[in-house]
Design a protein around this ligand. Sequence first.
Ligand code: NAP
Length: 350
Amino acid sequence: MSKVSNRVKIIMYGLGYMGKEIAKLLLKKKGVEIVGAIDISKDIVGKDLGEVLGVKKDLGVTVTDDSKSLLSKVESDIVAHATTSYLTQTFSQISECVMEGFNVISTCEELSYPFKKHPELANKLDRLAKENGVTVLGTGINPGFLMDTLPIVLTGLCQDVKKVKVTRMMYSGNRRIPFQKKIGTGLSPNEFKQKIEKKEITGHVGLNESIAHIAAALGWELEKIVEEPPEPIIAEKELKTSYTTVKRGQVAGLKSVGRGLIQGREVITLEFISHASVEEPYDEVIIEGTPSIHEKIIGGVHGDLGTVAMVVNMIPKVINARPGLLTMRDMPLPSAVLEDMRIYLEWETP
Ligand SMILES: NC(=O)c1ccc[n+]([C@@H]2O[C@H](COP(=O)([O-])OP(=O)(O)OC[C@H]3O[C@@H](n4cnc5c(N)ncnc54)[C@H](OP(=O)(O)O)[C@@H]3O)[C@@H](O)[C@H]2O)c1
């Protein structure tokens, strides 16, 4: 049974770009109330959430860095969490919410399918969630949908599957500046190499999780998952982006590839390619099987818009889901929340 009595109450945990966009979308939805806001950034702690979001009114919610105190006194149905990508960093944040009895939906990439890379943390979180009767879900566009949930769903049409290949081909020149920096835009090839070595550029986080997730859905015991170091894509001509001008010979973006192998045979290939010279972005799934399937989203899906939507749309489903650390494969089909969020809770209450 959902704990919701009146409006769906949500605590925001992490108010960087994603957290702010999620909060702004929530403010547009009916039947929703943001009841708390947590972040450690000195720029926003102590401010009213309305000011932080740039909406023209106070929301009566002050951003705090004292998560413990807030979580112990505020009533809420769920925490929307968007801080960092790595489970070793987010584990304590998420388990703190769980132990206070809150469901959690998070954009943490490694939470989307943590059972292979971090089995101990995953099992601990699962146990804590069950003990406290709450649900934890890691989701977003990727990982969370394009390179895992979508290909998994498409294999439902197959009698046999030999290989799954997913390519995300993204134009990066109009993306927000931190993203363009993150993929090395405008660096020299040497600077790019140094940043890879220092792990200042990581490439796409989530390939490992998406590969493990697809394999688990298909019952494939992978012998190994290989994530290749991100390769720079070099500009062949001068490119203007919203961040900088990339000269010919400089880095326009990167390519990250992950492979899942069984007995030396590559059965899953995921390619994440994002740079400023992509002319025709797309998201593509190719399944070799019976029947073979070739699905292509022309233009590709906007990463930030898609992630924000996925988090908001999954909120009623997470509130109503069984307790534990769940994955997108355990959840009802994703679908858009268009009307008052409370009606989706009524539909989905078992
Ligand atoms: N799954 C997906 O499809 C998907 C899609 C988009 C983004 N993501 C991931 O979602 C995460 C958030 O993205 P973003 O772009 O919003 O990142 P961001 O702009 O760096 O924002 C993160 C915010 O969380 C704060 N923070 C960090 N550690 C915290 C802690 N312990 N307690 C409270 N607040 C904390 C940060 O404060 P400081 O700035 O002071 O550190 C910052 O304000 C990233 O890991 C990103 O990779 C996933």
